[in-house]
Design a protein around this ligand. Structure first.
Ligand code: BDR
Ligand code: CA
Length: 307
């Protein structure tokens, strides 16, 4: 089993990533750390606790950073709604976050697992960057970082940048320059991870309460993606990271240098992917380039069938 920490800003698709990871027999989910991103930290934390409670996921949850490293937290409610998770009414949760800070948990877990820990961030990279800044020694103790963020092609937050990188580009720069092996799961593949009618039918057939919740999440996410981006079906970004850990063949990657733009306002947060090695710099990331969609949905549905 791969030891992982999911670092989330829950979020519809973060929620699905949690649900998939928690039931995979290939994954040992050590903890879930939470960061501000899709919404403020109190909201992303509540959403994470609600999802774990609803699905009986008995994994410790740690609250992390409220703000990007140097910038202000963005106001973004159009994609994930005011709560960050649409209008799903959850029963009052009794699950509480641990008292330890997420950044300290990441550091301690990295030191303890000594080279075996995989970090899986599906939100803004602030927690991960803080951990690397606070205890630089962890860079040799982390097996890899499989993150959702960035794009070789067009962005979604701006024409140039993907949302997770755009919100805290300085943190992304710390992570991409950390020398920890990185798998960048960007929009180039997550835009292929569309929950179309066939996928929804398969999930409907599972007919359990978590599968039904997933359908509701997809419906709400689908509405915003239709309205704001003109997509017919919602791209399910974040679970692609978890799927890569479960089955390495779920997407193909290309090694290249990726640098993060932090100074220009026009291209803030752009992941500058040196596809043809024009800079001559050594590669620092494996960038996802093509997704095996059937494999992805088989993985997602297998986990959801276990609830
Ligand atoms: C990313 O931004 C968020 O809206 C999603 O949860 C995903 O992590 C996609 O750009
Ligand atoms: Ca996310």
């Amino acid at each position: 089993k791969e030891k992982i920490i999911l670092d989330v800003d829950t979020g519809h698709d973060d929620a699905i990533a949690i649900l998939v990871a928690a039931k995979s027999d290939k994954i040992d989910l050590r903890g879930i750390t939470v960061v501000a991103g899709n919404q403020t930290l109190p909201k992303t934390l509540k959403n994470t606790l609600d999802i774990c409670d609803f699905a009986n996921i008995d994994v410790p949850v740690y609250a992390g950073m409220h703000k990007p490293l140097v910038r202000n937290q963005l106001e973004v409610s159009e994609v994930h709604g005011d709560s960050g998770l649409g209008d799903i009414p959850f029963p009052d949760t009794t699950k509480e976050a641990e008292s330890k800070h997420a950044v300290n948990f990441i550091i301690e877990e990295a030191l303890r697992s000594d080279g075996e820990l995989i970090l899986v961030p599906t939100g803004t990279l602030t927690n991960i960057a803080m951990a690397l800044n606070l205890e630089p020694g962890i860079k040799d103790k982390i097996k890899k970082i499989v993150l959702m963020g960035g794009a070789c092609g067009a962005g979604n937050a701006t024409p140039s940048a993907e949302f997770n990188i755009y919100t805290d580009p300085e943190a992304a720069k710390v992570v991409f320059e950390s020398q920890v092996p990185i798998v960048m799961t960007g929009l180039d593949v997550t835009y292929q991870a569309l929950a179309d009618e066939k996928v929804k039918e398969r999930i409907t057939k599972l007919d359990n309460r978590v599968a039904n919740l997933t359908l509701k999440l997809l419906e709400l996410f689908g509405e915003t993606y239709r309205e704001f981006y003109g997509f017919e079906h919602p791209p399910v970004h974040d679970p692609c990271t978890v799927a890569k850990i479960i089955d390495d063949d779920v997407f193909t990657t290309k090694k290249m240098r990726v640098d993060i733009e932090t100074s220009s306002e026009l291209t803030r947060g752009r992941t500058v992917c040196d596809f043809h090695n024009r800079t001559g710099k050594a590669a620092n990331a494996e960038v996802a380039v093509d997704l095996d969609k059937d494999r992805l949905w088989d993985i997602v549905i297998e986990s959801l069938s276990k609830y």
